[in-house]
Design a protein around this ligand. Structure first.
Ligand code: GLC
Length: 748
C-alpha cells in the first residue's frame, strides 16, 4: 500500500476541516438550545435532575447477570443515569440507549470512553505523538480516533490529557505532551479540534475532555494520586495554559483530578472549577469528576462521609459524578435539607443537557449507533496509513555513529534481538480500549517484510523485559556473530507505564542492559531500538551503541513504521518533548532551569556551585533534541528592529539550509530569556517552533514574530506582564543545541 505523501495527509486534513465547518452551519443556534434546555429542566423532578449528574462504568452491562447489572439497568430505566462509560460498539450502545428511553422524559445517555490514542486503530501513545511536533498529524490522529469511536456509538472521549509532566517517575507522562507549556498548549488545541472538529454534532466527531484539572503532573515524588503543592506563579505559568488552550479550542468537557492542589482536593476546588474555569475563562461546558474522586475526599481527610463529599463537590463546580455514587445517594436529600442550593444542581444539569442537544441526541438518540457506518469506518485502510505516518513522525533518532543507520541495501544478515522484537501488545502501550492487539504489526514482521528476500533476519529473544534469566544470551550472541548488524529491541512492557504505574527507578528493567553488553562484546555494530511509554535511563547503551532510536509505543503500524525509519524510507525528524535524566536524582530536570545565584559557568568547576558532585546538571538527552539522516545549518539571523514597544512586534528571520544529501525535516525552535525581571525567569523558554521540510542543499528563510505575549509572565501579584528591558533570543535545533543568538529591547 503506497504511503501517501504529506500532501495527501494535508488534503485529508483539508477535507476534514471543510466537512466539519460545513456541518457547523446545520447546527441549531445556542439560543435555541438554551430554550430547549430550560423547557426540559422545568419538567424535571429533583430526582431526575440528580439522575443526569451520575455516570457509571458499564462493563457489567454486557456481561452475565449480576446485582450490579440489575441495579444499573433499573437506574438507567428510571432516569437516574446521565452517562455511561465503557459501553462500546453499535450493538451495546443501541441496547443500553433503548433502556434509557424507557424513562419518563426519555433523556438519552452520553456514552464515553478513554479513546486516548486510537479506538480500533492504535496510534502511538500521546507522548510519542508529541515528539512529532506536527500539529496537522496530531490533529488527524485524534480525528481518526474520533471517527472510529463515533462510528461505534461513542459520544465522548476522556482526552486529551493536557497535564504538563516533568517527572518521568510518574507513569502518566505517557498520556500527555511532555514538559513544555507552549508545546503542550499547541498540542492541546490540535487534539481538541481533532476529536471535535469545528463544532459538535457530526457523526465523525466526539466530545473532547481536557484532563486532569489541574496540575496532576506535579504529584509529589512522581507518585500517582499524590498531593500537589506549588506557587500560584507556577500553576498559572506552567500548568494552566494547556487547559486554557483546550477551553479556547472549544473542549466540550473537563475532567478534574485525583490530586489536592495546595491542600484542597481538585474535585472540591472552587478556585479551579468556579473561579478560574467557569468564572475567568467563562467556560460553558461541564466538568466530570475523575473515577471516584468525589468519594476520595473521605480518605484524603477532607470530607466526613459521602454526603459531605457530595455537598463539597457540587458547591465547587463538579457537575457530573463518575462512579462514586455520591450524588445519586445524597444530592436530593442535601437539597431537601437546605444544605445544597438547587440552583447548583440546575446549573450542572443545564451544562450536561446543553451538550446532549448539541450532539443532536434528542433528535436521534441512535445517530451514533449505525452498524453499516461502524463496519465501513472501522475497516478503512486509510486509518492505518495515518497511524503509520504518525508512528514514523514520532520516532526520535538519539544517536547515529559510523552511519550505522539507515540500514544499507547491501546488508545480508540482520540479527534482530530482544524481548520486544516479536511483541504486539506491548507496541500498543496502555489505554488501548478496543484494539485487537493481534492486528498490531510487530517489529519482526515489519523488518522481515522490508528486508526482502536478499537479507536474512536472524531472530533471538535474548531475555525477557523483566526477570534475571540470562539463558537466552548464548543464542542471541550466536545470532549476532553471524550478522552484519544487530538491531536490539529493549524497553518496557505495555503495562509498565500509564495510570498507577509510578516507578522509583526508571532504568531499563531486568537484564536488558547486560544483554546489550554481551552483544556489544561480539564487536558487531548495535542499533538500539527503545520501546517505552516514558523517558528511561540507559546510560550504558547511550554511551556504547552505534545508533539509538526511541520508538516509544508506536501503535498498530509500529513494526512497519520502524522498518521505514531503519531503512531510511522515512528520514526521522522527531524531537524529544521531555528531558531524559541521567539519574533519577536529577528529577525534575526539565530544560526550564534557572541560573541560580551560583551557576556552573565552566564544566567541572562545581565547587560551591549549584551542582551535583556525582552527575552533571544536564540531562542525558535534552528537550527538543533529535537527529536526522541529514544535517541543517542556521545562518543570517536578522531582526526587523533591535527594539519594540508593547504595541509592536519584531520579525526574526534566519536561513535554514539542508547541508546533507537526503531530504529531511527540521523542527526549528525559538527560545527567549528575560535576564532581569521582577520574578526570576528560566534561562530559556520555548516560545515558537516551525517544522520545515528541505531537499538536499535547499535553503529557506524562516520567520518568527515576537510580540508582547511571548515576553509576558505572571509577576508576584499574579499580573500577566511584559517588563521593559533587554531580552535574549535563541534559535536552535534543541534546547541544548542553540545555533543563533540575538538580543532586543522592549521599550517602556
Ligand atoms: C481513570 C483516569 C482517567 C480516566 C478515567 C475513566 O482513573 O484517571 O484519566 O479517563 O478513570 O477511565
Amino acid at each position: 500500500m503506497p504511503l501517501p505523501s504529506s500532501k495527501r495527509l494535508f488534503f485529508s486534513f483539508l477535507l476534514l476541516s471543510v466537512s466539519a465547518s460545513a456541518f457547523a452551519q446545520q447546527q441549531p443556534s445556542s439560543a435555541a438550545i438554551e430554550q430547549k434546555v430550560t423547557a426540559l429542566l422545568q419538567q424535571m423532578t429533583l430526582e431526575e435532575k440528580v439522575g443526569q449528574l451520575n455516570q457509571y462504568s458499564g462493563r457489567e452491562l454486557t456481561g452475565p447477570a449480576s446485582n450490579r447489572k440489575n441495579d444499573l439497568l433499573n437506574s438507567i430505566r428510571s432516569g437516574q443515569v446521565g452517562s455511561m462509560l465503557n459501553v462500546k460498539g453499535v450493538k451495546d450502545t443501541r441496547e443500553i440507549q433503548a433502556e434509557a428511553l424507557k424513562s419518563r422524559l426519555k433523556i438519552p445517555l452520553l456514552f464515553s470512553l478513554d479513546v486516548i490514542h486510537g479506538y480500533k486503530t492504535v496510534f502511538p501513545v500521546p507522548l510519542a505523538e508529541a515528539a512529532s511536533w506536527d500539529m496537522a498529524a496530531i490533529r488527524l490522529s485524534a480525528h481518526v480516533a474520533a471517527k472510529e469511536a463515533a462510528a461505534s456509538g461513542i459520544h465522548w472521549t476522556f482526552a486529551p490529557m493536557v497535564d504538563v509532566g516533568r517527572d518521568p517517575r510518574w507513569g502518566r507522562v505517557m498520556e500527555g505532551a511532555g514538559e513544555d507549556t507552549y508545546l503542550g498548549s499547541q498540542i492541546a488545541k490540535a487534539r481538541v479540534l481533532g476529536f471535535q472538529g469545528e463544532k459538535l454534532g457530526g457523526t465523525d466527531a466526539v466530545m473532547a475532555c481536557a484532563k486532569h484539572f489541574a496540575a496532576y503532573g506535579a504529584a509529589i515524588a512522581g507518585r500517582d494520586y499524590n498531593a500537589v503543592d506549588m506557587s500560584q506563579q507556577q500553576l498559572w505559568e506552567t500548568y494552566l495554559p494547556p487547559f486554557k488552550a483546550a477551553a479556547d479550542a472549544g473542549a466540550a468537557t473537563f475532567m478534574n483530578s485525583f490530586n489536592t492542589l495546595n491542600g484542597t482536593p481538585a474535585t472540591a476546588s472552587s478556585y479551579l472549577q468556579r473561579d478560574i474555569l467557569k468564572g475567568q475563562w467563562k467556560y460553558q461546558g461541564f466538568v466530570v469528576s475523575d473515577w471516584g474522586s468525589i468519594g476520595e475526599m473521605v480518605p484524603w481527610g477532607y470530607a466526613q462521609n459521602l454526603a459531605d463529599a457530595a455537598q463539597k463537590a457540587i458547591a465547587a463546580g463538579s457537575d457530573m459524578d463518575m462512579e462514586s455514587d455520591a450524588y445519586h445517594q445524597n444530592l436530593a436529600h442535601l437539597v431537601k435539607d437546605g444544605k445544597v442550593d438547587v440552583a447548583q444542581v440546575d446549573e450542572a444539569v443545564r451544562r450536561i443537557l446543553r451538550k446532549k442537544f448539541e450532539l443532536g441526541l434528542f433528535d436521534d438518540p441512535y445517530k451514533f449507533s449505525d452498524a453499516k457506518r461502524e463496519k465501513k469506518v472501522l475497516n478503512d485502510p486509510q486509518n492505518r496509513v495515518a497511524a503509520r505516518q504518525m508512528a514514523q513522525k514520532s520516532m526520535v533518532l538519539l544517536k547515529n555513529e559510523n552511519n550505522a543507520l539507515p540500514l544499507g541495501k547491501q546488508l545480508r544478515k540482520i540479527a534482530l534481538i530482544g524481548p520486544l522484537s516479536k511483541a504486539k501488545r506491548d507496541l500498543g502501550g496502555s489505554w488501548t480500549v478496543l484494539a485487537d492487539t493481534t492486528e498490531i504489526v510487530s517489529i519482526y514482521d515489519g523488518l522481515t517484510k522490508r528486508a526482502g528476500k536478499n537479507t536474512q533476519v536472524l531472530y533471538a529473544k535474548g531475555c525477557d523485559v523483566e526477570g534475571n534469566s540470562r539463558q537466552g544470551f548464548a543464542a542471541a550472541v550466536e545470532a549476532a556473530k553471524q550478522a552484519d548488524v544487530v538491531v536490539l529491541t529493549v524497553g518496557e512492557t505495555w503495562d509498565m507505564t500509564g495510570e498507577a504505574k509510578s516507578r522509583a527507578d526508571i532504568h531499563l528493567p531486568g537484564v536488558q542492559e547486560e544483554l546489550f553488553n554481551a552483544l556489544k562484546a561480539t564487536g558487531k555494530p548495535v542499533v538500539a531500538v527503545m520501546l517505552a511509554g516514558r523517558p528511561l535511563i540507559f546510560n550504558n547503551i547511550a554511551d556504547r551503541a552505534e545508533a539509538i532510536l526511541y520508538a516509544w509505543w508506536p501503535g498498530s503500524e509500529g513494526g512497519n513504521a520502524l522498518a521505514d525509519v531503519l531503512y531510511g524510507d522515512y528520514n526521522p525528524a522527531g524531537k524529544l518533548p521531555s528531558s531524559f535524566p541521567r539519574a533519577v536524582g536529577q528529577i525534575p530536570v526539565a530544560y526550564t532551569q534557572y541560573s541560580t545565584g551560583r551557576p556552573v559557568t565552566m564544566p567541572g568547576q562545581i565547587k560551591y556551585k549549584s551542582a551535583y558532585i556525582d552527575v552533571p546538571n544536564t540531562p542525558r538527552y535534552a528537550f527538543g533534541y533529535g537527529l536526522s539522516y541529514t544535517t541543517f545549518r542556521y545562518s543570517d539571523l536578522k531582526l526587523s528592529s533591535p527594539t519594540m514597544t508593547a504595541a509592536e512586534s519584531i520579525q526574526v528571520q534566519f536561513t535554514l539550509t539542508n547541508t546533507g544529501n537526503v531530504a529531511g525535516e527540521e523542527v526549528t525552535q525559538l527560545y527567549l530569556h528575560d535576564p532581569i525581571a521582577s520574578t526570576v525567569r528560566p534561562l530559556k523558554e520555548l516560545k515558537d517552533f516551525q517544522k520545515v521540510m528541505l531537499k538536499p542543499g535547499e535553503s529557506k528563510t524562516i520567520t518568527f514574530t515576537i510580540d508582547k505575549e511571548k515576553l509576558a509572565f505572571y509577576n508576584q501579584k499574579l499580573e500577566w506582564v511584559a517588563e521593559p528591558g533587554d531580552f535574549n533570543l535563541m534559535l536552535g535545533s534543541a534546547s541544548d543545541d542553540i545555533r543563533l543568538e540575538g538580543k532586543f529591547t522592549l521599550l517602556p
